[in-house]
Structures are given as structure tokens and as C-alpha cells.
Design a protein around this ligand. Structure first.
Ligand code: AR6
Length: 178
């Protein structure tokens, strides 16, 4: 699904965040230490190679809601934006912290002239944020940010399963209808 809002394209796809060659910056659902780990972070670090962990060392540790930017190393993307989502039920207030992840990622994207950015569903894996709730926060925050964006022209959400994609599609349709 693709929707254009105020000149910015929002695209929802099923896929692997580490395989988005046409995107300037991909966002990593990182851990505080900015190390490889599993899920999204594992996939990104595997594809980027050891240079990424090395570059990350100087920024670690980060706090929930914070974001930092590095090069893409062996990835096809110019940048990786690493953000730490809240652990559901532990890091509070979780809605604000999750929204901060998206806001701070956009801030770094804008500062670095990023035209296209791809997000995974931050916090919805190992960090157990219920997908429907996380989707609502992600989508609402993105729609709030769009009027402030000067550089970013394309926002892609990369979902890992068909069922996750359906939830995102329903939320985007709901928020942009009428
Ligand atoms: N591409 C796109 N989405 C993916 C991929 C992929 N390659 N792999 C998983 N997902 P998670 P979190 C989906 O756990 O909850 C790590 O170990 C997944 O199905 O990667 O923020 C880190 O080191 C889920 O919907 O991120 C941290 O310690 C979503 O991406 C911790 O997990 C996020 O899953 C971060 O946990």
C-alpha cells in the first residue's frame, strides 16, 4: 500500500529491513549497547559487517527513545539510524518513549539530508509491545511529523509478516480516510 500525504510517500511492505537497497537510511530496533543481538538488529549487523558494531561503540549505551546515526558499512544504505524502543511493561511511559523513537529518527534523518527512510515495527519483537498498539503510536507519530519534514520524501514501513502488514494497512487506511 502507498499513500501520499503533503508530498511525502508512505509505503507499507512485507520484507527484510536489511534488504532495502533503494532507501537512504534504515532504522535499527537496537539494544542499549548497540550490539548485534537478534531480530532486526541481528539482521542489520550481519548485513553491515563488523565495522558497524565498531562505529556504534562510541555512542553506546543509549536510553529508550533515543536515536543515533552511523554509516551503512556493507549495507546498500548510506545510513543506519539506531533507536532503542521501550521494553513493554518496563520502560515507561511506553507510548511517549516509542513515539520518541520515531521523532528522534526523523530528526536525525532531516539533519543528514535523508530523502528516504525505512522503519521496522520497533519494540514489537523481543520487547513485546503489542503490535496493534505499537502500530497506532508509529502511524500517529509519523502523520504528526510529516508537516515538519523538509528532506524526507519517502517513509517505508517494513513488516516481517503478512499479518503485521494487514494491521499497518488497516491503521493507515483508518487514519487517512475521509
Ligand atoms: N526485517 C524486518 N522486520 C523484522 C526483521 C527483519 N529482518 N526481523 C524481525 N523483524 P525486534 P524489538 C520484526 O525483536 O522488539 C534485539 O535482540 C519482528 O517480527 O527486532 O525492538 C535487539 O538486540 C518485530 O515485529 O526489535 C534488542 O535487544 C519487529 O521487527 C531487542 O531485540 C521488531 O523486533 C529489540 O527488540
Amino acid at each position: 500500500m502507498i499513500k501520499e500525504i503533503s508530498g511525502v510517500e508512505i509505503e507499507l511492505v512485507k520484507g527484510d529491513i536489511a534488504n532495502q537497497p533503494d532507501i537512504t537510511a534504515i532504522v535499527n530496533a537496537a539494544n542499549a549497547r548497540l550490539q548485534a543481538g537478534g531480530g532486526v538488529a541481528g539482521a542489520i549487523h550481519r548485513a553491515a559487517g563488523p565495522g558497524l558494531e565498531e562505529e556504534c561503540r562510541k555512542y553506546a549505551p543509549i536510553e529508550p527513545g533515543q536515536a543515533v546515526i552511523t554509516g551503512g558499512h556493507n549495507l546498500p544504505n548510506r545510513y543506519v539510524i539506531h533507536t532503542l524502543g521501550p521494553v513493554y511493561g518496563v520502560d515507561k511511559p511506553e507510548e511517549k518513549l516509542l513515539a520518541d523513537c520515531y521523532r528522534n529518527s526523523f530528526r536525525l534523518a532531516e539533519e543528514n539530508d535523508v530523502e528516504s527512510i525505512a522503519f521496522p515495527a520497533i519494540s514489537t519483537g523481543y520487547f513485546r509491545y503489542p503490535l496493534e498498539q505499537a502500530t497506532a503510536v508509529a502511524m500517529r507519530t509519523v502523520l504528526e511529523m510529516i508537516p515538519e519534514l523538509k528532506k524526507v520524501k519517502k517513509i517505508r514501513f517494513v513488516l516481517f509478516s503478512d499479518s503485521d502488514l494487514v494491521v499497518y494497512e488497516a491503521e493507515l487506511a483508518r487514519l487517512t480516510s475521509g
